[in-house]
Design a binder for this molecule. Structure first.
Ligand code: TYC
Length: 112
């Protein structure tokens, strides 16, 4: 019985095929983002809301005044979209500040 050397042509995978990429979808996920909203009420002074928007959301006086009026007319508005931790911090800061000034202003967050 004669032994033959194993040659390339004997190998199962030597079919000339190359590694074809069948799956290009990225498996990584974008972190979820959260909308921070303020709600209208009948008692919080307009100027207080304007001040909150300037102080905690970096708005100019004109931007803050316009958004405050939107909330006053429509009932609520999104004031920004942030990562969970930043959104949570903004909500806490606004709620603490409103409570310290004894205004019933409400600020909430919701997954986008
Ligand atoms: N509605 C309030 C008023 O007439 C003003 C106000 C605006 C309160 C926006 C809350 O999120 C608010 N004094």
């Amino acid at each position: 019985m004669s032994m033959q050397p194993v040659t390339m042509s004997d190998k199962k995978d030597d079919d000339g095929d190359v590694g074809v990429v069948l799956e290009t979808r990225q498996k990584t996920q974008k972190p979820p983002m959260y909308k921070v909203m303020i709600l209208n009420d009948d008692y919080t002074p307009m100027e207080f809301v304007v001040h909150v928007l300037e102080r905690f959301f970096g708005m100019t006086h004109a931007q803050a005044f316009e958004l405050m009026l939107t909330v006053h007319k429509k009932g609520l508005a999104v004031v920004g979209v942030f990562s969970f931790e930043v959104a949570e911090t903004k909500v806490t800061q606004v709620m603490d500040f409103a409570q310290r000034h004894q205004h019933p202003l409400q600020c909430t967050m919701e997954k986008e």
